[in-house]
Design a protein around this ligand. Structure first.
Ligand code: TXA
Ligand code: MG
Length: 320
């Protein structure tokens, strides 16, 4: 496996790999992505193979700028307002796809819509600009597992099956992008809470409709339970751990597990907590505990996305 570091400016190797229809893992501000050119079936199917991802689950298309996004999807006024306010950044919009854009049907899973995002991470931006092609990129984890927020996580997930991993250090946001559906005239709905808070989006376009409870699936299969699953079971809203439990705390709590304790944010900062969530879940998952107890997390700002991921991680494993 070739691991490229940020400073050695050998991104051209990654770009060559992508041009040769290969997959490349790269950092974004949210989580690491496993990218392939979104136009080529043979490239995109390598993503599904590496992740063991069901073909029914569509991928997000990453673009360097709005002009490319508008060539791929139909933008109405709410879509324009959203990208004007939040791109580049942790917001994905679902719009109707333009047939002539040539996006692989593997990427859209045959839907009449496409999910688009322009990431703000400098390495992701540079790859997209130099390549000048849209990149399909799901989170760089095996299907159903916790997303990778460091290059080491990516390597732990895929070993040698992913040959090029670009190391950009830990992701700044640490949670996947927020996904909103603007493909229906007159309504904008939240498909997945994420790194862009609901409140910030509602300040720009007004009230969001809720579409993300599981019953609404499978329009966004990432909303299904059984995603983000650690190996250990979770117990949520726990003000302190019981014996044999590891503890994921939040805020100025003194509660500690005798096995392993991590605090998402001692000061109660939800942005810091979001950034720490997946790494700390991975760390506690490796402990000898029989379960992970998790402190209550407030349901505002990035807390909505944190709680969403925790509830999925705690969902019974026989549901898919
Ligand atoms: O932050 C992120 O969004 C990361 C980074 C790499 O950009 N990507 C990511 O991709 O989280 P993934 O594949 O793990 O999650 C994408 C979600 C899935 O739940 C998928 O079902 C949904 O986006 N999705 C993709 N296309 C869609 C569409 N046309 N309509 C509805 N949902 C869609
Ligand atoms: Mg994912």
């Amino acid at each position: 496996m070739v691991t490229l570091r940020k400073n050695n400016r050998r991104l051209s190797l990654a770009i060559d790999a992508l041009r040769h229809h290969d997959v490349v893992a790269f950092p974004t501000e949210t989580v690491y992505g496993l990218g392939a050119v979104a136009l080529w079936d043979d490239a995109v199917t390598k993503i599904f193979e590496a992740k063991s991802r069901p073909a029914t689950n569509p991928l997000i298309v990453h673009v360097p700028h709005r002009e490319m996004a508008r060539r791929i999807g139909y933008f109405d006024r709410p879509a324009e307002a959203l990208v004007e306010a939040f791109w580049p950044g942790p917001l994905t919009i679902v719009v109707r796809v333009r047939e002539e854009a040539g996006i692989s049907e593997w990427v859209t899973a045959g839907l009449p819509t496409v999910a688009l995002r322009s990431p703000s991470h400098p390495i992701a931006m540079q790859i997209l600009e130099d390549l000048n092609l849209p990149l399909a990129a799901p989170s760089a984890n095996r299907s159903g597992r916790i997303s990778a927020t460091t290059a080491a996580d990516v390597r732990a997930e895929f070993g040698d099956t992913v040959k090029v991993v670009i190391d950009g250090g830990p992701c700044r946001v640490g949670l996947e992008s927020t996904i909103v559906d603007v493909s229906h005239d007159g309504s904008v709905s939240l498909l997945r809470p994420g790194g862009q808070s609901r409140e910030s989006i509602e300040r720009v376009i007004g009230r969001l409709q809720d579409a993300y409870p599981d019953e609404e699936a499978p329009r966004s299969p990432g909303r299904l339970s059984n995603h983000y699953a650690p190996n250990l079971p979770l117990r949520l809203d726990a003000s302190e751990p019981r014996s044999e439990e590891a503890y994921l705390a939040f805020g100025p709590s003194n509660a500690r597990s005798e096995i392993a304790t991590r605090n998402l944010s001692q000061s109660g900062d939800l942005t810091e907590a979001a950034c720490n969530l997946f790494g700390m879940m991975r760390a506690l998952d490796r402990s000898p505990a029989t379960r992970i107890a998790v402190s209550p997390i407030p349901q505002y700002g990035l807390g909505e996305a944190i709680n969403d991921r925790l509830h999925r991680a705690a969902a019974p494993r026989d549901r898919t």
